[in-house]
Design a protein. Structure first.
Length: 81
């Protein structure tokens, strides 16, 4: 997927955007297909999911998810992280 410049600007200016993973790889070493980047993306994704689960559970509201192609609501007492 190619983002237009205004889409990239929106992501970069998002208060939750953390570009540190890109800087950690160093100039000229940014490669989305590298095992290192796969690991960074995997960890970031897992942390994001954990934070979302915690937020929904603490707020006491159901979390919307997709299971086997169906939209489901996971009740706060069923949310694990």
């Amino acid at each position: 997927m190619i983002l237009p410049d205004d889409g990239i600007e929106e992501i970069v200016h998002d208060e939750d955007f953390d570009i540190s993973a890109i800087y950690l790889l160093g100039k000229g070493k940014f490669d989305l297909n590298s095992p290192e980047m796969d690991e960074i993306i995997r960890r970031a994704f897992e942390e994001g999911l954990k934070k979302a689960r915690r937020t929904y559970k603490e707020a006491g509201v159901p979390m919307v998810a997709s299971r086997e192609g169906e939209v489901v609501y996971i009740q706060p007492n069923e949310i694990g992280f």
